[in-house]
Design a protein around this ligand. Structure first.
Ligand code: 5AD
Ligand code: SF4
Length: 446
């Protein structure tokens, strides 16, 4: 099995990116090598998402194309991993008979065993148990070379059962990782050159560890920010119903904690929020935003919202637009509601027409575009701290992000990459800022 090459394609959220990194590191440390072109792969792994209808469709079309490759190379091993794998299990095997295995997010620790059994016995596998705890971190020296930012999963699964959401069914019940394991992984990322860590979890605010010492999310943040060599800490995703006063105050107290929060609101009408089983009202949400801005006026606030939840009326939708105007988000991820089989909302009547969903989505996106542009233009002339991560997408410039999570492109030497610098903002665009280097912070401070 060793010396085989693998190609991994990641779809979906940061959790899946983290899982793909985990798999890649565990395979590399067992002698496999990663290739970036699937033509040279002995093993193809496709990490899928099923949170909405669109990513699910994308995964099917990719699986169709990958399966065809097996007709040209019968020795090829193809595995589907991630949330769609967990949800569909045997159904995927039937629909795509060329697949060798299907493996859910909680079974990733078995990857080497499964590949070995396929190789020796030609067995096929569906590994979709939801009970296993997340696997131990793998330390693969040099894996993060050249990277400035990295993810660290602090918990897996979700207990909230929002009525539209498939996540609790595909990622299982909430389970927090031990603080010891998290600290080892954080120190390892830092020793590998990572300067900014983003803590990941479906609902990080409910992080809990009931060992000899009791830990919650705030104590974890405090401990991680003490680590030498770490310049910045972020986290995602937060649930408004669990956002405590203590956590809000961390944005004022902890220097390394970036002034940015991703706080999904989903809908602006209380009756819709109730049917979504979100556990807060629009008034409570707005109150949280006001408190966050009192503690940290420059905090970047981003969110998720969906249109066309079952029973959403035009008036309900207006309440969503109204909340967006009131809060003035820096940016928004917006989606059309889609039924996810097995969830409560999928069984609700009074579904909204596709055409209405589309027109609501474009009205919402137009409104948000104006707000994002206005907010980015308001930064023109300001001096902001930027962690330089690499080259800009279009090339010719270097690029990084502000603490509030806005992309800033500017002309500068590549030796600034991995450093904190201060940039004067010259232009605010819809999705990024253009700046001019003011000074290199590290040279002044140290
Ligand atoms: N339909 C549409 N959007 C959904 N999301 C989650 N489930 C659904 C669904 N059934 C959105 C939510 C969530 C984001 C990750 O995806 O806005 O925050
Ligand atoms: Fe991530 Fe949810 Fe998609 Fe799974 S279903 S990959 S947890 S967004």
């Amino acid at each position: 099995m060793q010396n085989k090459t693998f190609y991994i394609k990641t779809m979906g959220c940061q959790m899946n990116e983290y899982d793909s990194d985990f798999l890649t590191q565990s395979l590399i440390s067992s002698g496999f090598s990663r290739v970036d072109n699937l033509k040279y792969a002995d093993i193809i792994l496709i990490n899928t998402c099923t949170v909405r209808a669109k990513p699910e469709q994308k995964a099917y079309s990719l699986l169709g194309r990958m399966s065809e490759l097996k007709q040209e190379n019968s020795g090829l091993i193809i595995g589907v991993i991630g949330c769609l794998a967990q949800q569909k299990g045997h159904e995927l095997m039937k629909r795509f008979p060329q697949l060798d295995f299907v493996m859910g997010p909680r079974e990733l620790g078995r990857i080497k065993e499964i590949l070995r059994r396929i190789d020796t016995n030609g067995e096929k596998f569906v590994a979709t148990h939801l009970e296993p705890a997340p696997p131990q971190p793998v330390i693969c020296q040099g894996y993060f070379d050249g990277k400035v930012t990295g993810y660290l999963s602090i918990m897996e699964g979700c207990n909230n059962f929002c009525s539209y959401c498939i996540v609790p069914y595909v990622r299982g019940r909430e389970i927090s990782r031990s603080p010891e394991e998290i600290m080892i992984e954080a120190k390892n990322l830092i020793s590998e050159g990572i300067k900014e860590i983003t803590l990941l979890g479906q609902n990080v605010n409910s992080y809990r560890w009931e060992g000899v010492e009791k830990w919650n999310f705030v104590s974890l943040l405090r401990e991680i920010t003490k680590l030498d060599g770490l310049l910045r800490l972020r986290f995602t995703t937060s649930h408004p119903k669990d956002l405590s006063e203590q956590l809000i105050h961390c944005f004022g107290d902890l220097d390394k904690l970036c002034p940015h929060i991703h706080l999904p609101f989903q809908a602006g009408a209380n009756l819709v929020l109730k049917r979504m089983k979100r556990g807060y009202t629009r008034e409570k949400y707005i109150d949280l935003i006001d408190k966050l801005r009192t503690v940290r006026p420059d905090i970047g606030i981003t969110s998720d919202v969906m249109v066309g939840f079952p029973g959403e009326s035009e008036q309900d939708f207006d309440m969503t637009l109204n909340l967006i105007k009131r809060v003035q988000f820096d940016s928004l991820f917006s989606f059309k509601y889609s039924d996810r089989k097995g969830t409560l909302a999928a069984k609700m009547g009074d579904k909204v027409d596709e055409a209405d969903k589309s027109s609501r989505l474009s009205a919402l996106q137009n409104l948000q575009k104006q707000i994002s542009l206005k907010k980015n233009r308001a930064l023109e002339g300001k001096r902001l701290e930027v962690l330089v991560e690499g080259y800009s997408k279009r090339g010719g410039q270097i690029s990084g992000r502000t603490g509030s999570n806005k992309v800033v492109n500017f002309i500068g030497d590549n030796s600034y990459i991995t450093n904190l610098v201060t940039v004067t903002i010259k232009h605010g665009f819809l999705n990024s800022l253009h700046g001019e280097l003011f000074f290199e912070n590290n040279s002044l401070t140290g």
